[in-house]
Design a protein around this ligand. Structure first.
Ligand code: ATP
Length: 251
């Protein structure tokens, strides 16, 4: 039997008296899209921070493909196959879209340690260049390859950021509110791109999102966090019909 892609058990992290993550157990065996929802302050971002190593857990275990990773620093986890986006979109606005991807590949290969020491397209390997073009196609931005990322709309920057994270060929991609601030006219594109990423790259996508129609039509499995604990999980329909979930959101 193969190990699950991602497994957390008994994960906890408090800030003073606030139990941001309070004994979370989760197990994702298959690639696909998981939605992570919950009211403000439920602990979603903290859970992402613990999984990627940005914050350390007070207790609990995190396993990636069976291997314990909770003692590893961020860059080691990234090299093993973790990537993420943040609530605020991070792209290099002065660099071209193509260079954004090549920079991401170089930065991730070096564990993000060298900051902005980027030698650009000239030093990029053929494989990285081909991958960058493939990803620009995947996120519908090939026509912007040589334009600065600053020329893109906010939603297009989100798509570029998602493509950048994929340059490292992660096994797990954690997305923090990919639909937030995106113009409604581009929401369908973001939605379709994420479905395509999951299908073509065969990876686990964990998506934090407050936009309910967006996440419920995107995810195959939804986890509801409330006050640092898993309140409910299951299919989108099951979660939406759960009285406990309705109460948590209304309460
Ligand atoms: P949102 O949907 O509003 O982004 P969230 O579900 O991502 O919320 P977290 O940001 O993980 O929730 O926060 C969980 C709880 O932990 C909140 O009560 C928050 O105020 C608290 N918290 C998070 N980070 C810190 C910190 N660095 N110091 C103190 N308290 C924190």
């Amino acid at each position: 039997m193969t190990a699950p892609i991602l497994e957390v058990s008994g994960l906890a992290r408090a800030f003073g008296g606030i139990r941001a993550v309070d004994g979370v157990d989760l197990r994702f065996a298959e690639p696909g899209i998981v939605g992570l929802i919950g009211p403000n302050g439920a602990g979603k971002t903290t859970l992402f921070d613990l999984i990627t190593g940005r914050q350390s857990a007070d207790s609990g275990e995190i396993r990636f493909e069976g291997r314990r990773i909770d003692g590893l620093p961020v860059h080691r986890r990234a090299r093993l196959g973790f990537a993420r986006t943040f609530q605020e979109c991070r792209v290099l606005v002065e660099e071209s879209c193509l260079d954004n991807l090549l920079f991401a590949a170089q930065d991730q290969r070096l564990g993000g340690a060298l900051g902005r020491v980027f030698s650009g397209r000239r030093s990029a390997g053929r494989e990285a260049l081909e991958d960058a073009w493939r990803l620009l196609e995947m996120v519908n931005l090939p026509q912007f390859a040589h334009r600065p990322a600053g020329d893109l709309s906010y939603g297009q920057r989100r798509l570029l950021e998602i493509a950048s994270t994929l340059m490292a060929r992660p096994g797990v991609l954690l997305l923090d509110e990919p639909a937030a601030g995106v113009n409604p006219s581009l929401l369908n594109t973001v939605h379709d791109v994420l479905l395509r990423v999951a299908a073509e790259r065969r990876i686990l996508l964990v998506v934090v999102e407050h936009n309910m129609p967006f996440i419920m039509s995107l995810a195959a499995h939804v986890v509801v966090l409330h006050q640092g604990r898993v309140l409910e999980q299951g299919s989108p329909a099951a979660v939406q019909n759960s009285p406990r979930v309705v109460e948590a959101y209304l309460g």
